[in-house]
Design a protein around this ligand. Sequence first.
Ligand code: FE2
Ligand code: FE2
Length: 159
Amino acid sequence: MKKKRAPEGQAEARIAEAIVEEHRIIRRTLDEVHAILNAEPGAAARERALAGAGAVLGYLRDLLGHHFEVEEKHGLLEDLVACEPRLRSAVRELYDEHTDLRERIGAICRLVAPPHAAAGGDLERLRRDFEAFRLALLEHEEKENDFISEVYNMDIGGG
Ligand SMILES: [Fe+2]
Ligand SMILES: [Fe+2]
């Protein structure tokens, strides 16, 4: 396959690298919430899960707010289209997914805030909604990593 034209300048490549690093941080934070929510059963564990999840979910919501803004406002997604016009519709989908993912993490955070949390919370619903969100976000970031590695000729390992 023909090698893709990398975007002009180092600034774009540095932004892409920073975004890939944020994807790793986001993945670790998703794992952390997943572990908290799936701790051993029991009333005390349930209380701890709801209290612990609230703080990490708030952090995750803010992290994602910043992350999506960097991808949108610093033009990573536009750079991808400029280098590879055939990615245009895929990039439009990524924008739409940001809107959906922002709404979903906001709704999940509300489950661990008053009045839900004050009423004892609904751990099962929280687990279910978070798991669906986690899988959707991982899929979203994986698509971005694939596009970045293709367009910027970047080797993106796990971790
Ligand atoms: Fe994104
Ligand atoms: Fe991303």
